[in-house]
Design a protein around this ligand. Structure first.
Ligand SMILES: [Zn+2]
Length: 104
């Protein structure tokens, strides 16, 4: 079965770019589900934890802990139980062939 290759890219003009660039040099985050959902905070996409390396996950959890409080371990537990990490708009989406049809 072909693998999903959907990505969300955070623009260099976005203040969040620096943070994501510490996880991936291009601030390109793997997406689990290219269809976003909306809650009171805005529109979110689901980042795919399984397509991050252990190093990337460790970097991300410590950055999120710094930013939102808690320990990196708490943050990891929270997002692992959620099953994804949220990426808020605005982002550029790269949708893979597997998911292109679902988007139409
Ligand atoms: Zn995909």
């Amino acid at each position: 079965m072909p693998k999903c290759e959907c990505w969300a890219m955070v623009s260099v003009l976005d203040p969040r770019h620096g943070m994501w660039a510490e996880v991936d040099p291009e601030a390109r985050m793997p997406l689990r589900n290219p269809v976003g959902h909306v809650n009171e905070g805005g529109r979110f996409y689901e980042g795919d934890l399984d397509r991050l390396t252990e190093e990337q996950k460790a970097a991300m959890f410590s950055l999120l802990a710094e930013r939102f409080g808690g320990t990196p371990g708490d943050v990891r537990e929270h997002f692992e139980s959620l099953g994804y990490f949220p990426i808020r708009e605005p982002v550029s989406l790269v949708i893979c062939g597997l998911h292109m049809r679902c988007m139409m």
